[in-house]
Design a protein around this ligand. Sequence first.
Ligand SMILES: Cc1cc2nc3c(=O)[nH]c(=O)nc-3n(C[C@H](O)[C@H](O)[C@H](O)COP(=O)(O)OP(=O)(O)OC[C@H]3O[C@@H](n4cnc5c(N)ncnc54)[C@H](O)[C@@H]3O)c2cc1C
Length: 379
Amino acid sequence: MEKNDSPGRKLLMTGAGQCNITHEGDVADFISHYGDNGKFLKPALMNFQNRDLVKFFDERELPVTSEPGGRVFPAVRNAVKVLEVLQKACASSKVEIKLGDPLLQISRKENGFHLLTKSGELFSENVVVATGGMTYPQTGSTGDGYAFARSLGHKVTETGTALAPVIVKDHKMASLSGISFAEAVVSLHRGMKKLAEKSGDLLITHTGLSGPVILDISRFIRKGDTMRASFVKGMSEAEMDALLLSRFRESGTRQVRKVLSVFGLPERLVDKILELAKIAHDQTGAQLSKESRLLLVEYLTGFPFVVSRLGGVEEAMVTRGGVALEEVSSRTMESRLVPGLYFIGEVLDMDGDTGGYNLQAAFSTAALAARAVHYSSPG
Ligand SMILES: Cc1cc2nc3c(=O)[nH]c(=O)nc-3n(C[C@H](O)[C@H](O)[C@H](O)COP(=O)(O)OP(=O)(O)OC[C@H]3O[C@@H](n4cnc5c(N)ncnc54)[C@H](O)[C@@H]3O)c2cc1C
């Protein structure tokens, strides 16, 4: 049952319309790409692996291609083709998709479920809830599955956005909007505690930060946290201080900005960092006070950005939180509370990094549930 008049609206938007269906590599390495809840997905990912997904599309004349970083796309780079293959596979297995008829309520009855839809009522022995998360609501994923789960006695953990850009308070680098850095190191801090660190491409936007490294760390980010971005490939403060000191000693008459050129940073960024550290454009190393040098070291190795908020449901790719995993069997996706009820995909309390991990999780959990429903049905 699909509430929209056509299926797969979100799928068509994936990978900017090219559909990053999965990621290369050993599926055992996938587990670390779903935050703390990756362990739950192990049986699903082992049962229907990335290579099984690739084979599925390959056998249906949709070969894939991989990017150097390991992201896997259909070779034609077109999500429409992925959807077509899935629809054809449904049709050939006599799966009927009921379109344009939102499901409104699920009630448990003896031997099955009573389903109330906009157009009427249905009875079903099993129900698989695959309603997705609550981001990009215009695609149809509006969080209905959370209400269904709650109404059937399931716990739903706190939901929020993930794979989302970060809006920064008092954004000091707003004028650098559009500048990106390959392999920047970004760490996340709450009070005195460092919560996470990731490296990857970083983009400065007019409201804050984005790019794969931000999206991937976003599931951990809360309002008021500080993110520190290193523009010098993870060099520590002590290493940077020692390097600058030795350069300034060697040639004290050289302008600080010239000394910084060894890092190959965009000129606009160097100018901005010097401005924020209150170092004049023509200031030389010998003229630099210890205080300014230490500020410069801090800004290069961990420029602080205070989080105002994460991007909202309109701009986040996935939902963090969802149907609590301890009440769902990781081997079948069946509810531990209500026999015959299954949860798959993003409605569950799990979210993956960018790179094809979310679609693979949706396909893998779906495969487990399909198998379990198949073997549970008489005949
Ligand atoms: C812009 C964008 C780009 C993305 N790119 C990628 C990518 O390249 N690779 C990747 O791995 N992941 C990507 N993702 C994430 C990925 O798309 C999702 O994690 C994935 O689609 C989740 O699949 P799902 O089947 O659980 O839910 P969804 O794809 O959200 O599907 C849920 C469906 O249920 C329907 N529905 C909801 N409520 C009801 C109801 N009450 N009655 C009937 N039907 C209902 C909805 O209309 C919808 O069609 C992207 C997400 C976004 C927003």
